[in-house]
Design a protein around this ligand. Structure first.
Ligand code: GAP
Length: 441
């Protein structure tokens, strides 16, 4: 378990506008969260970092944005209607509901303390149901998708026919997924509405194990590139009892969250299971013709499946530090990688008078095209630095009297707190250089 407590992260997130409880003014809705002004920037930046990595920087990966509501037969074919269940027990005494695989059924009940009060475990389907159209009966049932992956399978043929992609190739997608989770705790770690970043990599049968190893390597490298410390990441291979109904082999990337090591992302060998199922249920030919070998086959799939909202919690947990300074002062700092920080650079006039704030405002406006900026002229400079540390702003530019005479400004580094004077005209180059070479000390 890391030293950072969940309470501290939750409190900072609320205080500084990263994450709020959904519908808080009505007492809140369990399992749903709102991303505030800084949270939405952080989440979008992680999403964009992933998107660029998976599409722009890789050969043969194209994007997709499928709809959340799909034909209900998609979920029959995929196996979710019959298999996407958790075993659930209820306490007859206090009516609390638990996942049977997460509590000790032989001990006393966790809420009311009663013994022998549990019902027999029953399978509980995690998909949310709703109705489409004006008639509310069994024929109008549709599901909120519990994973984005099925949109990719359903559009496989469309993408092959429209994009000239050749196997091996991937389809990447980011979007909302919904699961009626029985237990939602640990903040945004497990929620009923969340976002996923998934990529299905289609390859020839027999090549799947090679690509599975390749993608395991790529996905772990991704987290280092995003600035996550290696000591907080590890692999966990699924045992026979953990494998999802569609998987031949599966590894989780686990992160050392405040509550302990937990799954962050799954890399799965889904074989030809999904496409075969959709071919059988839709009666449409979903085979692929290899132009070189003239072989026709149903492709195998290696899936990389990461939670975007769970990534937000991971990034916050890894970045959070309470640092004791010389003299005993404690500063709270978020060590975000500059590429994903909600604010990249803050511009701070040392004083408001003598044209200094006007100069600083002009400078901040000029930097907007290149960086996410923030302007702050209120309070002592030390206090303003602390505010920026607490929201993870990697750079602060301070404008002072010397700036007016020699055109130089001070750049303060969040992590080392070092300050250097540079020519104001070279700020963009200097910050870009620092962002490219960023390494958390
Ligand atoms: N398409 C495969 C799939 O959905 P999964 O292991 O069920 O696999 C993949 O989910 C990732 O989605 C998880 O590693 C996690 O990061 C995220 N995830 C799953 N359920 C979640 C939930 N209830 N709340 C937040 N994130 C969740």
């Amino acid at each position: 378990m890391s030293d950072t407590t969940m309470e501290k992260i939750v409190s900072l997130c609320k205080r500084r506008g990263f994450i709020f409880q959904s519908s808080e003014i009505y007492g809140g809705l369990t399992g749903a969260w709102d991303y505030g002004p800084l949270g939405v920037e952080l989440k979008n930046n992680i999403r964009d970092f992933w998107w660029k990595e998976m599409t722009q920087l890789h050969d043969n990966i194209v994007g997709l944005d499928a709809s959340i509501l799909m034909h209900p037969n998609v979920w029959v074919a995929s196996g979710h209607v019959s298999n996407f269940t958790d075993p659930m027990v209820d306490c007859r005494q206090c009516k609390s509901r638990f996942r049977a695989d997460q509590i000790d059924l032989t001990a006393s009940c966790p809420v009311c303390g009663g013994k022998d009060t549990f019902t027999e475990p029953r399978n509980f389907n995690l998909m949310f149901e709703t109705h489409m159209g004006s008639v509310k009966d069994d024929s109008s049932v549709v599901y909120l998708r519990p994973e984005t992956a099925q949109g990719i399978y359903a559009d496989f043929k469309n993408v092959v026919q429209s994009s000239r992609v050749k196997i091996p190739f991937g389809i990447a997608q980011v979007g909302k997924s919904f699961r009626n989770e029985i237990t939602t705790k640990n903040f945004i770690f497990r929620s009923c509405e969340f976002e996923q970043m998934e990529m299905q990599y289609f390859c020839a049968p027999g090549e799947d194990e090679k690509w599975f190893d390749f993608w395991k390597g790529e996905r772990m490298k991704f987290y280092s590139k995003m600035g996550i410390r290696e000591k907080n990441l590890r692999w966990h291979q699924h045992g026979e009892d953990e494998l999802a109904f569609y998987a031949k082999d599966a590894y989780d990337i686990e992160f050392n969250f405040p509550m302990g090591w937990q799954e962050l992302e799954g890399v799965h060998n889904r074989t030809d299971y999904d496409l075969t199922q959709h071919q059988n249920h839709s009666k449409k030919d979903l085979t692929y013709l290899d132009q070189e070998t003239k072989e026709r086959y149903v492709p195998y799939v290696v899936e990389t499946s990461a939670g975007l909202t769970r990534n937000v919690l991971m990034v916050l947990s890894d970045a959070y530090e309470e640092e004791t300074l010389e003299g005993g002062d404690v500063r709270t700092v978020l060590h975000f990688h500059p590429a994903i920080a909600p604010v990249t650079v803050a511009v701070l006039p040392l004083v408001k008078k003598d044209g200094i704030s006007e100069y600083a405002q002009e400078l901040e406006k000029n930097l907007r095209e290149t960086f996410a900026t923030f302007y702050d002229q209120s309070g002592a400079i030390g206090r303003r630095y602390r505010r920026m540390d607490e929201i993870g702003t990697p750079f602060c530019i301070t404008v002072d009297y010397d700036t007016l005479t020699d055109g130089t400004v001070t750049v303060r580094d969040r992590d080392s707190m070092e300050q250097v004077r540079i020519d104001a005209a070279s700020i963009v180059d200097e910050l870009n250089k620092r962002i490219r070479s960023y390494h958390r000390g």
